[in-house]
Design a protein around this ligand. Sequence first.
Ligand code: SF4
Length: 170
Amino acid sequence: MTSEHVRQPLIAVSACLLGQPVRYDGASKPDPYVLSVLAKSARLIAICPEMAIGLGVPRAKIEIVQTHDRRRVLGVDNRALDVTAALRECARQFLRDNPRLSGLVLKSASPSCGTNDTPVFDLAGNEIGHGSGGFAQTIMALRPDLPVIDENALAGRARSFLEKCRCHCA
Ligand code: SF4
């Protein structure tokens, strides 16, 4: 590893944006900007929270659900599948495992990775608003200082995002 490499920010990226086949149906969502531009300016590490909590591929779809007292991440077809706590613990462990993390690029509209634009449903399945995914919400709550952005916003704000990430470099 070169000294230049060491100085680059360490940025976690949703694994599907890096082209890994980890989506619920085994597909990926490679993001050209992340792969071509960001990869030259930062050290990238992949994280798929849903794989990390053992859901595997293929897996049942999950979504954010507003229950009586709080938001949870539940199965679309099986409301008994509740991965809220698992995603929260995954985020805690990820921060413990990566104390030198500089920032995150997370997949938009995901019930795990989305940052404020993920659809929220009521128990009957009606869309009632938007929020953050279970993993992303915990990361942002525990480390509000860390820059977090989704792939849609990244292309237009890459320069300022990278500057913020460099502030977290050791
Ligand atoms: S959006 Fe997040 S949880 Fe979903 S496949 Fe991509 S990395 Fe995994």
